[in-house]
Design a protein around this ligand. Structure first.
Ligand SMILES: [Zn+2]
Length: 94
């Protein structure tokens, strides 16, 4: 339980830290991108090639967008031109 004087001391300490940007701790590594970043924002390039369609149970030629997921894995996303199923092809680390 904090009494009033302890809270004042804390407030002062915070003010002092805020007024001295030179003595700040080294900046931490930036956090993982927030989930508000949509896949569309991360489309960087196009991909065309083959991917396995789980519905057709066959390899299909497709053209799609290269996206990077939250784990930093590059993936090509496209559609099977036969059945319309979304195709994913993992391209590796971004
Ligand atoms: Zn298909």
């Amino acid at each position: 339980m904090l009494d009033d004087s302890t809270e004042d001391w804390l407030a002062n300490a915070i003010n002092v830290i805020g007024a001295c940007p030179e003595v700040r701790e080294p900046q931490p590594v930036p956090p993982v991108l927030p989930p508000t970043v949509t896949k569309e924002d991360r489309v960087a390039e196009k991909y065309s090639g083959e991917a396995y369609c789980v519905k057709c149970k066959a390899k299909r030629e497709f053209e799609g967008d290269v996206v990077v997921n939250d784990k930093g894995t590059k993936m090509a996303k496209g559609k099977c031109h036969v059945c319309g199923t979304t195709l994913n092809r993992i391209l590796g680390k971004a």
